[in-house]
Design a protein around this ligand. Structure first.
Ligand code: RUB
Length: 308
């Protein structure tokens, strides 16, 4: 898919989930390089820069997209000629996509070790990393129950329950506001991540922080499944993560509520590090306090050289 259609598919949530949008962004830049017919370096760099901005503007919260796009463009402008620029975009993109898919696989294997027979697990929204952990544990022969939230307003929980049921897992769909009632039956929570800040806070689908609060109250273990390209270098410099607000029509259709009613539709929220027992990454399971160190090791020093 080209850059414009990829950005539109991300904006409209045809492509969604932090890992997928990062890979889609990298893949759109790969497509740009492979189909480039211009002849000079300056025009290519200008087109690459415009493509980068279009992709980054599509959804603001998941740093995975920022890290993916920057991993692809890194070093390109220092190349001596157009052919080397195109070759570097291609190899960077392919490397990012392969590593990202491999990271999800590693997280499944590492996370599955935390699951035992008889566990009752809650998950929220639809995270391929969290679903991967549950499916891997089941494939290893572990038997457990899952409660999955509906995740209003987009109801990504429907995708989760169908994926888990198809794999054979005993899964129950609940509405978001049932989380605290159901927490008394649960002993573990697994969720995904859009962004993890340098001080270990989690930015994920709105409602995640309520799940974490209920888990803390009930002393239920709360695990985050996050590839290290969801760690945000910008937060180290004090940048706040932008919480996306989507169309109010997603909450109530036009005409459904009186015109004087205001609607607020933030689609992500922030869970403080103190509510998180561990973050399961492809580099191993870490405490929220270790995010900075792992971020430097995994993303490399150049990820901290802030370009816009
Ligand atoms: C999806 C969501 C997921 C994370 C992680 O939100 O919050 O938990 O993106 O997903 P949306 P993954 O549906 O608005 O994109 O583990 O697949 O990267």
């Amino acid at each position: 898919m080209d850059v414009a259609s990829t950005a539109e598919a991300i904006r409209s949530m045809e492509i969604r989930g932090a890992g997928r949008i990062a890979r889609a962004g990298a893949s759109a830049l790969l497509d740009l390089a492979q189909s480039y017919h211009g002849e000079d370096e300056a025009s290519f760099l200008a087109e690459l820069d415009a493509a980068k901005r279009t992709l980054l503007d599509s959804r603001p919260t998941a740093v995975s997209l920022w890290n993916g796009v920057h991993a692809v463009v890194r070093g390109v402008k220092d190349q001596p000629d157009l052919a080397s620029m195109l070759a570097l975009v291609e190899s960077n993109a392919q490397r990012f996509i392969t590593r990202s898919e491999e990271a999800v696989r590693q997280i499944s294997l590492i996370g599955a070790k935390r699951i035992q027979d008889g566990d009752v697990i809650i998950t929220h929204c639809n995270s391929s990393a969290a679903v991967g952990v549950l499916k891997e544990a089941y494939a290893q022969g572990k038997r457990f129950k899952v409660y999955a939230t509906e995740s209003r307003p987009w109801r990504q929980g429907i995708i989760t329950v169908n994926e888990l049921a198809e794999a054979g897992i005993d899964v129950t769909l609940i509405i978001d506001s049932a989380v605290r009632s159901v927490m008394k039956y649960a002993n573990k929570v697994f969720v995904g991540a859009d962004t993890v800040t340098s001080h270990g806070a989690l930015i994920n689908k709105v409602g995640t922080s309520q799940v974490a609060l209920a888990a803390k109250e009930a002393r239920v273990q709360f695990y985050v499944c996050a590839e290290t390209y969801k760690f945000s270098p910008m937060t180290l410099f004090g940048d706040m993560v932008t919480i996306e607000e989507r169309d109010t029509e997603e909450v109530a259709k036009d005409g459904e509520v009186r015109p004087e009613v205001k609607i607020f539709n933030p689609v992500f929220d922030s869970t403080p590090a103190a509510y998180i027992d561990a973050i399961i990454t492809e580099a191993g399971m870490i405490s929220p306090g270790s995010v900075y160190q792992v971020m430097v090791e995994s993303l490399g020093e150049e990820a901290f050289r802030m370009e816009d």
